[in-house]
Design a binder for this molecule. Structure first.
Ligand SMILES: [Zn+2]
Length: 123
C-alpha cells in the first residue's frame, strides 16, 4: 500500500493567503569606493568614534544605534576618509568633517535620499 492511500481527498486544500514577508532593509554590508570593494561592519559600541576607516582591511566600522541622519553623515565622513587616502589628498580630519557637512547639506538640499548608503534591501 502506498502512502498516497492515506491522503484524504475529501479534505479541501487549504490555501493560506498570507502576503510575502516585508522586505526589511538591513544594514549595508558593502560599499564600492573608487572601484574597490569595502565592507561595512556594524558594532554595538565603539570607543569615542561613531565610525572608523581601516584602509588596510578595506573596512569601515560603524557604531549602530544613532539617528539615521547622524549615521549617514558618519558614513559620508568615513567614505571621504577612504577617498582622501586613496587619492592621496592629504586632507586633515577637520577638513573632512567640513566636507562631510557640506556634502550632507548639498544632498539634502536636492532632496536626494541617502538612506541606501546605510541600508540595503533584505532578501
Ligand atoms: Zn575623520
Amino acid at each position: 500500500m502506498s502512502d498516497a492511500a492515506f491522503i484524504d481527498d475529501d479534505f479541501p486544500e487549504v490555501k493560506i493567503n498570507c502576503p510575502p514577508p516585508p522586505v526589511t532593509p538591513r544594514e549595508r554590508q558593502r560599499l564600492e569606493i573608487l572601484g574597490k570593494q569595502w565592507s561595512v561592519v556594524w558594532l554595538p559600541s565603539m570607543k569615542k568614534a561613531l565610525g572608523r576607516t581601516d584602509h588596510d582591511q578595506l573596512q569601515i566600522e560603524m557604531e549602530r544605534g544613532h539617528p539615521d541622519d547622524r549615521t549617514i553623515a558618519t558614513l559620508l565622513h568615513e567614505v571621504l576618509e577612504a577617498i582622501n587616502r586613496e587619492l592621496v589628498l592629504g586632507l586633515d580630519h577637520d577638513t573632512i568633517e567640513r566636507l562631510e557637512s557640506a556634502w550632507f547639506a548639498f544632498f539634502r538640499a536636492q532632496h536626494i535620499d541617502l538612506e541606501p548608503l546605510i541600508r540595503e534591501d533584505g532578501e
